[in-house]
Design a protein around this ligand. Sequence first.
Ligand code: FO1
Length: 328
Amino acid sequence: MRIVVLAGGIGGARFLRGLKSAAPDADITVIGNTGDDIHLFGLKVCPDLDTVMYTLGGGINEEQGWGRAGESFTVKEELAAYGVGPEWFGLGDRDFATHIVRSQMMSAGYPLSTVTEALCDRWKPGVRLLPMTDDRVETHVLIDTADIGDPAAGEGGGRKAVHFQEYWVRLRASVPAHAVVPVGADQSKPAPGVLEAIAEADVVLFPPSNPVVSIGTILAVPGVREAIADAGVPVVGLSPIVGDAPVRGMADKVLAAVGVEATATAVAEHYGSGLLDGWLVDTVDAAAVPRIDTAGIRSKAVPLMMTDVEAAARMAAEALTLAEEVRA
Ligand code: FO1
């Protein structure tokens, strides 16, 4: 069975670990979000690609869900000693090596997809990891300068765009987001293999990743949404919202920015029945199933807390079962 998964960061990676366990013989292609990418210290950092690669390759810092296990921060300390920022983004020494190899290969002219394949030669994630595009896309968030005491605010403040990572990590999404913009998405093209993987898929899955800044960004690459809608195979998603709150991260902040309520139902309707055929909600949201069904999306309530690999495997199995029910 050929499975295509649109994945963001931590939720997507943990789901994929369960999917590999639930469908060990499946041929899994991951289309990874690159809107979180950030250029720091002359290096290109790809948080969502690295989180998938490290998680499936066995190098992830399990508690954090990002970065490497067994990290040290000597380089980070030395950069700070030079007064070279930003200090708020925690890059470890082992992680730096990934960004150095990636940046070196990209300055030699290799596209991000080739670089990702080369990095995966080491990590062997057991899936084919494709960036959504080889073109530069970076998500920016529009906030009020008054909310961050920005000296440049002047009277009455105004608004400014900050890089997603600054909003997410430095600001901890603690201020309202007025807009979320995947800068460059409109001009980007799907990376080599992306449209082919979707066309050849037997099922497409939307894991419990952030519907705006992760899956939404992947769908913003021209051609991707249409390819999935036209693939003619079941598209099944798992709600990242449980009991009207995001399971982790701060998805509700960016959902508000795009006018979507933080509920399992609202996210399903946000993707739309033109795209989604099935939608798993957690058992606490079982009351939402009839309304989602009415919206033309086959829904089912199952436990959606990925407490360990076995729980994630059960969720993945439920998603594949729902896909077969939809296909029938
Ligand atoms: N998240 C944090 O909350 N704090 C950090 O200092 C941080 C550093 C970091 C470094 C490399 C990397 O690949 C991810 C990192 N993340 C950090 C997580 C990152 O912000 C998120 O994983 C994604 O961008 C959202 O899914």
